[in-house]
Design a protein around this ligand. Structure first.
Ligand SMILES: N[C@@H](CCC(=O)N[C@@H](CS)C(=O)NCC(=O)O)C(=O)O
Length: 197
């Protein structure tokens, strides 16, 4: 059985949701970054971590890719053009959304102590907003890559929630509709319920 280590209010939520979509058995350890439990598996203290037998995999995107490939769901097959396009979208979200949120909220960067903190945060917000607009212009159907849900959808939806909580709103109507439909998925709701308890 898989063991997922990482607090639900972290990037571990992406993996939790994917495990629910896949319907495979797993154990979840709701441990925060740098906790004793996390450091046992990941010396740099970051979450999430997936334990599969004797193997430990870190990084939410690496874990999602591994699980989707292994179970042959929520992904195009490796080595196909569809997969290359899916991966391109995955990396675009990492570069243009996840990285912007990461930079805006990374405490160790000390942004809040900077003289121009407010202006810098506004610049990140503007960047986030414009990058969401670009992604929404590329959407190929009900989901990012067409009519089938793939892991970039889980990544983008999780980032959208993170941005909302962090008051990085977007007025993009298509994105709002997209998030509403993604959050309506039974697997998303099950993962959110776990996050609430
Ligand atoms: N790219 C990594 C980033 C992991 C990451 O930074 N996780 C945060 C929690 S969401 C963390 O553990 N932060 C503690 C730290 O940066 O030391 C992933 O997607 O898993």
């Amino acid at each position: 059985m898989y063991k997922l280590v990482g607090s639900v209010k972290s990037r571990a939520f992406r993996v939790l949701w994917l495990l629910e979509e896949l319907g495979v058995p797993y154990e979840h350890v709701n441990a925060g970054p740098h906790s004793e439990e996390v450091l046992r598996y990941n010396p740099n203290g970051k979450v999430p971590v997936l334990v599969d037998g004797d193997a430990v995999i870190s990084d939410s995107t690496a874990i999602m890719t591994y699980l989707a490939d292994k179970h042959g769901r929520l992904t195009a097959k490796a080595g196909t053009l569809e997969r290359a396009q899916q991966d391109a979208m995955l990396h675009q979200i990492l570069d243009e959304i996840d990285a912007v949120l990461w930079a805006a909220f990374r405490r160790s960067l000390g942004l809040s102590n900077m003289k121009d903190a407010e202006a810098i945060r506004e610049a990140f917000k503007k960047e986030y907003k414009s990058n969401i607009d670009k992604i929404m212009m590329q959407i190929k159907g009900s989901y990012l890559t067409g009519e089938e849900i793939t892991i970039p959808d889980l990544l983008l939806t999780h980032c959208g929630g993170w941005a909302f909580v962090a008051k990085f709103p977007t007025d993009n109507v298509d994105f709002k509709e997209y998030l509403k439909s993604m959050r309506g998925r039974p697997a998303y709701k099950r993962a959110s319920d776990l996050a609430r308890h």
